[in-house]
Design a protein around this ligand. Structure first.
Ligand code: PEP
Length: 253
């Protein structure tokens, strides 16, 4: 199956609007030149309206880092899917930082995923095990459960567009990336079969599964050359224009 590789930058809680414009201006031209890779930037909510006009017509997509599952109402501080959709085509759901610091669970991931699909956003759903779980050999079990519960009850009509990001928690922001081979095994032997069980082989084969966790320009080819790794979700390195451009170039295959 020929899946278009996908590279998304998760800026997390970084950059004011002026800094966001500056960052985009530094990578816009070189990113535009890289075709055949699906490219997405995910700034904080406040910078999304500033970045949006800069990306228009560039072939670079805009994504949010979160949404709420309710359509509107008394949910102070939250942003609904249709509000995200006003500016964005993509949304990150269930990032491990949200699971760890903000109490997100597989159930809330499921609600958010349904809300995103309802307004035709492309979700980037994050899964991954903690260091303890990794060290005690529970990776497959944990990730399988996250997929089974996070994706529960979805029809098959939309699923092939959903992007999954395997992000071992111990690799995020630590400088200790997984190996390409280890990540590829989780993608090919755990995640894709779990998706196939829910949605059938054909849909599972079409879905992009990204790796995330301390990806840099130096190690990106190790990941992107693997058969079941379809791109990356990039945190720290997405704030460095040259690094992010180099990582995106490495996704050309
Ligand atoms: C992330 O935030 O999704 C991430 C993978 O971060 P980093 O690349 O900094 O490890």
């Amino acid at each position: 199956m020929n899946r278009t590789l996908f590279v998304a930058g998760n800026w997390k809680m970084n950059k004011t609007t002026a800094e966001a414009r500056d960052l985009v201006s530094k990578m816009l031209a070189p990113l535009r030149e890289i075709s055949n890779v699906e490219k997405v930037l995910c700034p904080p909510f406040t910078s999304i309206p500033a970045v949006s006009p800069l990306l228009e017509g560039s072939g670079i997509g805009l994504g949010a880092q979160n949404l709420h599952w309710e359509e509107k109402g008394a949910f102070t501080g939250e942003v609904a899917a249709n509000m995200v959709k006003e500016f964005c085509r993509y949304v990150i759901i269930g990032h491990s930082e949200r699971r760890t610091y903000f109490g997100e669970t597989d159930e809330t991931v499921n609600r958010k995923l349904r809300a995103a699909i309802k307004v035709d956003l492309i979700p980037i759903v994050c899964v991954g095990e903690t260091l303890d779980q990794f060290e005690s050999g529970q990776t497959a079990e944990v990730v399988r459960r996250q997929i089974r519960l996070g994706f529960a009850g979805l029809g098959t009509a939309y699923v092939s567009r959903i992007v999954v990001a395997y992000e071992p928690v111990w690799a995020i922001g630590t400088g200790k990336a997984s190996s390409g081979e280890n990540a590829n095994t989780v993608h090919g032997k755990v995640i894709r079969p779990a998706l196939a069980e829910l949605f059938g082989d054909r849909n599972a084969e079409a879905m992009r599964i990204l790796y995330g966790g301390s990806v840099t320009a130096a190690n990106s080819s190790e990941f992107f050359s693997q058969s079941d790794i379809d791109g990356g979700l990039i945190g720290g390195a997405s704030l460095k224009p040259d690094e992010f451009v180099a990582i995106t170039k490495a996704a050309l295959r």
